[in-house]
Design a protein around this ligand. Structure first.
Ligand code: AMP
Ligand code: ZN
Length: 469
């Protein structure tokens, strides 16, 4: 199935052509850990998890990298104001390092409760200061930087296609100074800090020596440096919330492309915001927001929120309301009951997944069409209900689909999904058996057994079970 994704850079859906066939490198901007992540932030991470799982379902080997912003994200996008970490430290009377540790832990707790898979690489910005300094130095050597009183800045006028991600008019808006406050010493309003100096007499908790003076990295340089360190100078996919298009991601592109002369990212995917149906907002810095724990305290399974998110395509704004969450929770209960019924009918033994069946193709087709999870879930519902399909087949499909949806379909507490690589092995064994290649089929049975999948050949075809239940 040929994957198409909507690329913010070209403003259209495009066929996905990875740098290496069959592989996908994905960078996702991580949380700024000065407070709990709200459910709007989590909409973005839930989609990104759905994206990674969809890519795997479609056969790609994925390496996903997520940073942790534990320094340098200032209160104002115009490179002024306090560092959010120091602000959090003052608010709670703790050190900035303790704040980072605490909220990183809290983030991953919510993240796991929402069945999001751990990224292959998680990188806290404070552990990559040397890489960031090296990148600023490279930009300096190429003449893209200048120094003013409070730091080293990127001169956006030196990069002819600066701001191409957000579009010309947007960038003109920033250049006219209408969108960000103007720091009078900056050469242009869109210029941004690469390295900020600790203010004279200020004893910051997080600061490092650098060739330009003691200070800390700008938030944007962090992502460019860590993304290139772990995924190379050109990356397949980069994601984040829609708020990052105009400034953060435009600046990531500027830094990386000015330094390497290569395209930084081939496909930019942006998730539209979750807004509150009543107030229209959800903001971490303003407080009063909802978190995954708030939902749990009100008796909602975090996976009902995951399901809620998947019912709206990621390129549409999602309006959160309690009625909407309640409806999603009821919907998920219904889907789980249906899955349990099918499992009982199949006596717990699934058939080999039939990747050529129409429902399987429809499901893959929905994912391949710009990760259309609402459509994929609709196929799952229809297929589970379709009694013309043998229950063993429906069960096999539902277990494979659960590898993408991760909605606790078979057990709310435990992920009983069939990882795509095991589904592929089962299908390969089935093919070997049909071709009467019993040697290969036995080898595959042993391999599957070692991986916890038990195979049984019956008169009505091959069935399999997970050894853990
Ligand atoms: P932050 O912790 O503020 O750096 O944000 C973490 C991620 O959440 C980023 O990818 C943001 O773009 C995203 N984000 C922030 N607010 C929302 C929202 N209301 N809805 C969806 N994503 C959001
Ligand atoms: Zn970032």
């Amino acid at each position: 199935m040929d994957l198409q994704v909507y690329n913010t850079l070209t403003r259209r859906k495009e066929p996905f052509k990875p740098l290496k066939p069959g592989e996908a490198g994905v960078y996702t901007c991580g949380p700024t850990v000065y407070n709990y992540a709200h459910i709007g932030n989590m909409r973005t991470y839930i989609f990104e998890d759905g994206l990674v799982r969809s890519l795997r379902f479609l056969g790609y080997k994925v390496k996903r990298v997520m940073n942790i912003t534990d320094v340098g994200h200032l209160v104002s996008d115009a490179d002024s104001g306090e560092d959010k970490m120091e602000l959090g430290a003052r608010r709670e009377g703790k050190s900035a390092w303790d704040i980072a540790k605490f909220y990183t832990g809290a983030f991953f707790k919510d993240y796991a409760a929402l069945n999001c898979l751990p990224p292959e690489v998680t990188c806290p910005a404070t552990e990559y200061i040397a890489e960031m300094i090296a990148l600023v130095a490279a930009l300096e050597r190429k003449g893209f930087t200048y120094r003013i009183g409070d730091g080293i800045y990127f001169d956006t006028a030196k990069l002819p296609d600066y701001g191409k991600l957000a579009g010309k008019s947007h960038i003109e808006g920033i250049r006219e100074g209408s969108r960000v406050e103007v720091n009078s010493e900056k050469r242009g309003p869109a210029d941004f800090a690469l390295w900020k100096f600790s203010a004279p007499g200020e004893k910051r908790q997080m600061e490092w020596p650098s060739p330009w003076g003691v200070g800390f990295p700008g938030w944007h340089i962090e992502c460019s440096a860590m993304a290139m360190k772990h995924l190379g100078e050109t990356i397949d996919i980069h994601c984040g919330g829609e708020d990052h298009v105009a400034i953060h991601h435009s600046n990531e592109i500027a830094q990386a492309e000015a330094a390497t002369g290569k395209t930084f990212v081939n496909y930019w995917l942006h998730i539209k915001f979750l807004v509150m149906a009543d107030s229209g907002k959800m903001s971490k810095s303003e407080g009063g927001f909802l978190t995954t724990s708030t939902l749990a305290e009100k008796g909602y399974d975090p996976l009902a929120y995951r399901y809620y998110c998947f019912l709206t395509h990621y390129r549409k704004q999602l309006e959160f309301s309690w009625e909407g969450l309640e409806a999603a929770a009821r919907g998920l209960d219904g889907l789980r009951s249906l899955a349990a019924r099918v499992k009982a009918e199949a006596k717990g033994a699934a058939a080999a997944p039939d990747r050529n069946a129409k429902y399987f193709k429809d499901f893959s087709g929905a994912l391949a069409d710009d990760i259309n999870l609402p459509e994929a879930l609709a196929v799952l519902w229809e297929t589970l209900k379709d009694t013309s399909i043998p229950p063993e087949q429906r069960l096999a499909f539902a277990m494979a689909a659960e590898g993408v949806a991760a909605l606790g379909l078979f057990s709310a507490k435990e992920d009983r999904s069939l990882p795509p690589e095991l589904a592929a092995l089962i299908a390969e064994r089935e093919a070997a058996r049909k071709a009467r290649d019993f040697k290969r089929s036995d080898e595959l049975r042993r391999e599957l057994s070692a991986k916890g999948v038990l195979i049984e050949d019956t008169s009505s075809g091959t069935k399999w079970k997970l050894a853990r239940g």
